[in-house]
Design a protein around this ligand. Structure first.
Ligand code: IMP
Ligand code: MG
Length: 179
């Protein structure tokens, strides 16, 4: 997938930076209540979740670990192909850890489903999923998600880490991309 030269026109703001910040604080509060004293390990999914992960990690404000992994689905464009592959693995063992996977968006559910299956084989003590955006109508694979930021309609969105062909990740708001 090229990292530049994406076509598309930035459309209306779907979720403003203020709304994102308020929701991140609420999610962090919920995680803090659930994980206090347990030293959770946040696992951010590169690259889309890096912005959300950084904000959430600071906001939970309890001792916690941080690691990242990278997955990609073959093909590019605005739809994931459904074939998920591990592109970069964690740098630490998660055996016996309370793991919280932090992902930007759940669409068909295949990426998160793959991550859940993959990480479960490594015997964490617990495994939870935290997703900022949920495109409910697009789900093909049912995956239990523990923390959800916003349910959104079936539109392609960019900003706050989310990209189209590598662009728009550094926008503060989440906006619709007219593709
Ligand atoms: P899933 O495997 O179909 O659930 O797709 C999840 C992945 O597809 C996300 O991690 C994103 O990389 C990408 N994706 C799905 N919808 C969008 C979107 O609206 N904007 C940007 N990326 C998206
Ligand atoms: Mg992603």
């Amino acid at each position: 997938m090229p990292e530049s030269g994406g076509a598309g026109r930035l459309g209306r703001t779907l979720i403003s930076r203020a709304e994102i910040a308020a929701r991140v604080a609420e999610l962090a509060h919920a995680i803090r209540l659930d994980y206090g004293g347990r030293l959770p390990l946040l696992v951010g999914v590169l690259k889309g979740a890096v912005v959300f992960t950084a904000d959430l990690f600071r906001a939970i404000a309890i001792p916690a670990g941080l690691d990242f992994m990278s997955v990609s689905s073959y093909g590019g464009g605005s739809r994931s192909s459904g074939v998920v592959r591990l592109a970069a693995d964690l740098s630490v063992s998660i055996e016996g850890r309370d793991v919280i996977v932090v992902e930007d968006i759940i669409d068909t559910g295949r990426t998160i489903g793959y991550l859940r299956r993959n990480l479960a084989t490594r015997h964490p003590r617990s495994l939870a999923l935290c997703v900022l955006l949920d495109k409910v109508a697009r789900r093909e694979v049912e995956v239990p998600v523990d923390y959800v930021g916003f349910a959104i309609p079936d539109e392609f969105v960019v900003g706050y880490g989310l990209d189209h062909n590598g662009l728009y990740r550094n926008l503060h708001d989440i906006s619709v991309l007219e593709v």
